[in-house]
Design a protein around this ligand. Structure first.
Ligand SMILES: Cc1cc2nc3c(=O)[nH]c(=O)nc-3n(C[C@H](O)[C@H](O)[C@H](O)COP(=O)(O)OP(=O)(O)OC[C@H]3O[C@@H](n4cnc5c(N)ncnc54)[C@H](O)[C@@H]3O)c2cc1C
Length: 238
């Protein structure tokens, strides 16, 4: 049996491509070895050009892995980016990239966590939240978990099948909301956080992920609601 270390690059083959939104795709990669990763961890994906030039970026796993030979990554096409436009626009089924990981032992959730959890994700920052949310659903955990998700528009919402009409998920649209939108509108603010925090039986453990500005604003809103820094885990995407 081959035991991988997380520093070892492996060849991963694209086996499925799912369109999540106009700018985001979920790619399924087939790996040569079983993948084990905790919910919230990320992997590094490396591209090599014909002239040997290499570029690598970090991407969160869509779900926890317990030995499957597949890995799913949800990747947003970043305007003028070096790696993400190629991955989302040019990769086809059968193409190969290199991947290594998992990395990150702090921004993780495992079912032995007894404290209730509030997840706050902005844009593609919802990817590790999906991993944590689905790991919680698949576990026997009875601890409350709620996701507060900030998306620009309805079309930009990721994982619609799982997150829309889910009582454990609150979605707010920051740009355009359809006229029949039943969720929240506007950026997440202190009052919106308060509304959700007060529904918890005790102060929740909080996971916040997104761009730096978003993470900073959410951390401030949580602290204004009495959540102490030791209860806040953050991951910054850029
Ligand atoms: C731990 C970790 C996990 C991550 N997980 C994911 C994930 O699951 N899905 C995902 O799509 N991305 C994720 N990212 C972001 C990812 O690593 C890249 O930064 C992103 O894909 C942009 O890379 P690029 O090469 O396309 O753009 P670059 O060439 O690196 O940057 C191009 C321009 O875009 C800006 N930029 C960089 N990142 C972003 C961003 N995320 N959004 C908007 N503008 C940006 C830069 O400031 C720069 O001006 C994660 C980052 C970290 C640190």
């Amino acid at each position: 049996m081959h035991i991988t270390t997380n520093n070892e690059w492996f060849e991963a083959t694209v086996s499925a491509i799912n369109i999540e939104s106009p700018t985001v795709k979920t790619l399924t990669f087939t790996a040569p070895y079983p993948i084990h990763n905790k919910a919230g961890q990320h992997f590094e994906l490396r591209l090599t050009a014909e002239n040997g030039y290499q570029a690598a970026r970090l991407y969160s796993a869509v779900r926890a892995g317990s030995g499957e030979k597949t890995l799913q990554l949800t990747i947003m096409d970043t305007l003028n980016g070096e790696v993400s436009p190629y991955v989302t626009e040019s990769l086809r089924i059968g193409d190969k990239v290199e991947i290594r990981g998992p990395f990150g032992n702090f921004f993780v959730w495992t079912p032995d966590e007894k404290r209730p959890v509030l997840l706050i994700g902005g844009g593609s920052g919802v990817v590790p939240m999906h991993a944590i949310f689905s790991a919680h659903q698949d576990s026997a955990s009875t601890a409350k978990m709620h996701l507060l998700y900030s998306s620009r528009t309805f079309d930009d919402i990721l994982y619609k099948d799982e997150f829309l009409d889910n009582k454990d998920v609150t979605i707010t649209l920051t740009k355009d909301a359809p006229s029949d939108w039943q969720g929240k509108s506007g950026r997440i603010n202190q009052a919106m956080v308060e509304e959700i925090v007060t529904e918890f039986p005790e102060k929740p453990l909080c996971y916040v992920c997104g761009m730096t500005k978003f993470v900073d604003a959410m951390t401030e809103a949580l602290q204004a609601n009495g959540i102490t820094p030791d209860l806040i885990k953050t991951e910054r995407f850029g």
